[in-house]
Design a protein around this ligand. Structure first.
Ligand code: 4AD
Ligand code: MG
Length: 450
C-alpha cells in the first residue's frame, strides 16, 4: 500500500522499491560493526531489514550517529534498496543517512536468555522480540480470518454486553462488581445468551469480544480474560453447528497458512501438521470416548477416603479433564469433535438429546498436538418449561433470566451456536508453549501488571 499519509516506507514493502532511495523509520534490533562496515538490523513492526553502512560512502557525522546506536534506539534511515537473495525479505538497504530519534540506554531485554517471570514483567517490551512479534501477527491474522469467515457467510456482528446481571457458564468463575444502585453486576463469561436474542432478530449472528472467568487454575491454557467468538444461528441443530465449527477452523488454519508462512517459520512451527487440518474432522460421542479410554487403559486417579490414590476405569458421567482429552487426541492428527455429553457436566441452556435423556446436544472440539479444547458449543434448549426446570435445578435466579425465557415464549425455534477461544486457537496454531504468550497483555490469577 502506498499511503498518502506518510513520507516513509515499511520494511514489508521494500521489495517493490528495489533500486530506489527510501526512508525507513523504526527501531534498532541489533547492530554490529566490522572494519568500515556497520550492520544495522532495523525493525519497524512490519518486518526486519539489514541496513549496511559503508563508512567511506557517508559523512563522518553519519558514521558517528550509526556508531552511537544502541538496541531499541528509534531512528530514521535513508538508503537505497538492493536485492539480496540471502536476506530474509530478499532485500538489504545501502545506507546514506542515519537520523537518531531517541537513543535507548540499557534496554533490559538483551539477546541472552531471560527467565519467564522477568519477561512477563517486561511484557510491554517483550512484545518487540522476534517470537512474540510473530505470534502477535498470527493472532491478528486469526482474528481477520474469523471476521472474514462470518462476514462472508451471511452472519451479522452483534456485540454482547460485558456487564451482565447473571452467570452464563456456572457461578464458580464469576467476577463480581458493584453496579450503582442496582446491586451486583458480573463480567461476562460468554456473550452467548445475548447472541441468542440477536439471532432471533437477525438470523445468523456472531459476537466477538473479551470474556472473563475467575479461573483459579494455573494451567498453560487458562486466562482470566480471554477473547471468544460466538456464532449463534436460528434454525440450526447440533449437526449444522458441528459442520459450521469444522468449516470455521479449517478456514482459519488455511488462512494462516496462506498469509503467515514467514511467521510460522520464525516460530519453528511444523507446517505439515497444519496442512493436514482439512475437513472432515473426526467425531465421536462422549460415550464412545469413554469406551475408548477404558479399552485403551487410560485410567483415572481417584483419591480414597484415607488419602491414598487408586487408578480406576473412567466412569461414565464425569467430565473429561486435560489428561483424558490428551489421551483421546493421541489417535488423531486433525481436530476431533466430541458430542452428547452427560447433562450434569454441561451448562443449563443445552438441549436434552430427545433420543437419550442422560445427555445434552453439546459438542466440544479438541485440537491435536496437545492443544486441548478450542470450541465449546451446543444446540440450545428451546422449550420454555424444560429450560425453566433446568434453571431451577441449577438454582439460578429466575428473575434475571426472564428476558432469556421470553425467547422461548415468542416464536421459539431450534437454534445452536458455539464459542471458539481465540487464545486457545492461536496457541495451537503457533505452537506457543503457554497461553500467556498469545495475548498482548495476559490476565492470569497471579498477574495483572503490566
Ligand atoms: O466451553 P466454553 O465455556 O463455552 C461457552 O462459554 C459457551 N457459552 C460458548 C457458546 O456456546 N457460545 O468456552 C468456549 C471456549 C473454550 O472451548 C475455550 O476455547 C475458551 O472458550 N475458553 C478459555 N480460553 C482461555 N482461558 C479460559 N479460562 C477459557 N475458558 C474457555
Ligand atoms: Mg467448554
Amino acid at each position: 500500500m502506498v499511503s498518502r499519509y506518510k513520507s516513509f516506507v515499511y520494511v514489508e514493502d521494500l521489495s517493490r522499491h528495489i533500486g530506489e532511495q527510501v526512508t525507513l523509520r523504526g527501531w534498532v534490533y541489533d547492530k554490529t560493526a566490522k572494519g568500515k562496515l556497520v550492520f544495522i538490523k532495523l525493525r519497524d513492526g512490519s518486518g526486519t531489514v539489514q541496513c549496511v553502512l559503508f563508512k567511506p560512502n557517508v559523512d563522518e557525522a553519519i558514521a558517528e550517529a550509526a556508531a552511537q546506536l544502541t538496541q531499541e534506539s528509534s531512528v530514521e534511515i535513508i538508503g537505497t534498496v538492493r536485492a539480496e537473495e540471502r536476506a530474509p525479505g530478499g532485500v538489504e538497504l545501502d545506507v546514506q543517512d542515519v537520523r537518531i530519534h531517541q537513543l535507548s540506554a540499557n534496554y533490559p531485554i538483551t539477546p541472552k536468555e531471560h527467565g519467564v517471570e522477568f519477561l512477563m514483567e517486561h511484557r510491554h517490551l517483550w512484545l518487540r522480540s522476534t517470537r512474540q512479534h510473530a505470534i502477535m501477527r498470527v493472532r491478528a491474522q486469526v482474528v481477520k480470518a474469523i471476521r472474514d469467515f462470518f462476514d462472508g457467510n451471511g452472519f451479522k456482528l452483534q456485540d454482547s454486553p460485558i456487564f451482565t446481571p447473571n452467570a452464563c457458564e456456572g457461578t464458580s468463575t464469576l467476577f463480581e462488581t458493584d453496579y450503582f444502585d442496582l446491586g451486583k453486576a458480573y463480567l461476562t463469561q460468554s456473550g452467548q445468551l445475548y447472541a441468542e436474542a440477536t439471532a432471533m432478530a437477525l438470523g445468523r449472528v456472531y459476537t466477538f469480544g473479551p470474556t472473563f472467568r475467575a479461573e483459579k487454575s494455573k494451567t498453560r491454557r487458562h486466562l482470566t480474560e480471554f477473547w471468544m467468538v460466538e456464532p449463534e444461528m436460528a434454525w440450526f441443530d447440533l449437526n449444522d453447528d458441528m459442520d459450521l465449527a469444522e468449516d470455521l477452523v479449517e478456514y482459519i488454519v488455511q488462512h494462516v497458512l496462506a498469509t503467515s508462512q514467514r511467521e510460522l517459520l520464525a516460530l519453528g512451527r511444523d507446517i505439515s501438521k497444519l496442512e493436514k487440518v482439512r475437513r472432515p474432522f473426526h467425531r465421536m460421542s462422549y460415550s464412545e470416548a469413554v469406551e475408548w479410554l477404558n479399552a485403551n487403559n487410560v485410567k483415572l486417579n481417584r483419591k480414597q477416603a484415607d488419602g491414598t490414590e487408586i487408578q480406576v476405569d473412567f466412569p461414565w458421567g464425569e467430565d473429561f479433564g486435560a489428561p483424558q482429552e490428551e489421551a483421546l487426541m493421541t489417535q488423531f492428527e486433525k481436530p476431533c469433535i466430541i458430542h452428547r455429553y452427560p447433562s450434569e457436566v454441561k451448562a443449563f441452556y443445552m438441549k436434552r438429546d430427545p433420543e437419550d435423556s442422560r445427555v445434552v446436544l453439546a459438542m466440544d472440539m479438541l485440537a491435536p498436538e496437545g492443544a486441548g479444547e478450542i470450541i465449546g458449543g451446543s444446540q440450545r434448549e428451546d422449550d420454555h418449561d424444560a429450560l425453566l426446570a433446568r434453571l431451577r435445578h441449577e438454582q439460578l435466579p429466575e428473575e434475571a433470566f426472564q428476558w432469556y425465557l421470553d425467547l422461548r415464549k415468542f416464536g421459539s425455534v431450534p437454534h445452536a451456536g458455539f464459542g471458539l477461544g481465540l487464545e486457545r486457537t492461536v496457541k495451537w496454531i503457533t505452537g506457543a508453549e503457554h497461553i500467556r504468550e498469545v495475548i498482548p497483555f495476559p490476565r492470569m490469577i497471579y498477574r495483572i501488571v503490566p
